[in-house]
Design a protein around this ligand. Structure first.
Ligand SMILES: Nc1ncnc2c1ncn2[C@@H]1O[C@H](COP(=O)(O)OP(=O)(O)OP(=O)(O)O)[C@@H](O)[C@H]1O
Length: 271
């Protein structure tokens, strides 16, 4: 991992997000400041409704902050771009297209100006192989499992060779075993591609297993970053070995303390 090149590859400065609602303005995020280094894996964790997706959408450029600025590679994020690919929980595949076609569409959008059809197809095949979906390439989303659909979504995002991978609870809807398998695959893929990743999760173990940094958010409204935990577990990480590691348990406890002790009372009030 190369974290020395640009320690503030994504740079979030004084960001506020206020939504207009029927009841008046609603401040979801306030004074959010965060730096993400190139190649770093960052998890955003916090209670439901604290603003994790709101922050991810801001990095994706899907929404604009009401105050503050977000930079990627020293350039202001002014909208969505292929260098920042998003994977949502509900995978958002086009149901009438095959897995291959779903991915090809993204490949075509990014590379058709510079590459011929054979090259675009080769790219699509390669990325489907990377997520273990070669055999299912000609199937439609309705013919494959939830875990496979999620893999197509990840393949589609990776196919654009994004500098930043933004994952919004990508495994949230999956059973525990499929989830563990995809987490391990993601670890492998990210190690191979050296991508910078920002991932929203509710899952403490997922955050500790995958991340270099865990960004813990306070409860909303006017949520902000409460604490940032650096996870210095060596890579490659093995979930079976980590289950007995005191260092792993220490990180796990730190996140649980934050979520269920320090942020708990506020949640009771808003529940
Ligand atoms: N477009 C919008 N208009 C008004 N309020 C919004 C809008 N989008 C989000 N909110 C509010 O902002 C807050 C943060 O929402 P967000 O979806 O970012 O939370 P979250 O942490 O991702 O939640 P969850 O973990 O449940 O997905 C919530 O109170 C939500 O109701």
């Amino acid at each position: 991992m190369n974290t020395t090149v640009n320690p503030q590859y994504i740079d979030i400065q004084g960001v506020e997000q206020t939504f207009k609602t029927k009841k008046g303005p609603f401040c979801a995020l306030q004074n959010v400041n965060l730096k993400v280094a190139k190649g770093e894996f960052v998890a955003l964790i916090g209670h439901s409704g604290c603003g994790k997706s709101t922050l991810l959408n801001l990095i994706a450029g899907l929404t604009m902050p009401t105050q503050g600025v977000l930079l990627c590679a020293n350039r202001e994020i002014g909208g969505p771009g292929p260098e920042r690919a998003v994977v949502f929980q509900n995978h958002s595949l086009l149901p009438w297209l095959t897995c291959f076609e779903n991915v090809y569409l993204a490949v075509e959008r990014v590379f058709s100006a510079t590459e011929n059809k054979a090259q675009l197809k080769a790219r699509t095949d390669a990325v489907l192989a990377m997520v273990g979906l070669t055999a299912a390439a000609q199937k439609r989303p309705g013919e494959i499992s939830g875990g496979m659909k999620q893999r197509v979504g990840i393949a589609r995002a990776l196919s654009m060779e994004p500098k930043v991978l933004l994952l919004d609870e990508p495994f949230g809807a999956l059973d525990a075993l499929t989830r563990a398998k995809l987490q391990d695959e993601l670890l492998q893929i990210v190690a191979n591609t050296q991508s910078t990743v920002v991932m929203v999760t509710h899952d403490v173990d997922e955050a500790v297993l995958l991340s270099d940094k865990i960004v813990m958010m306070t409860n909303g409204p006017s949520a902000t970053i409460g604490e940032v935990l650096s996870v210095e577990l060596p890579r490659p990480r093995n979930r079976v070995e980590l289950a007995e590691s005191t260092q792993y348990l220490h990180y796990r406890k730190a996140v649980i303390d934050f979520l269920y002790t320090r942020q708990a009372h506020v949640e009771k009030l808003t529940a």
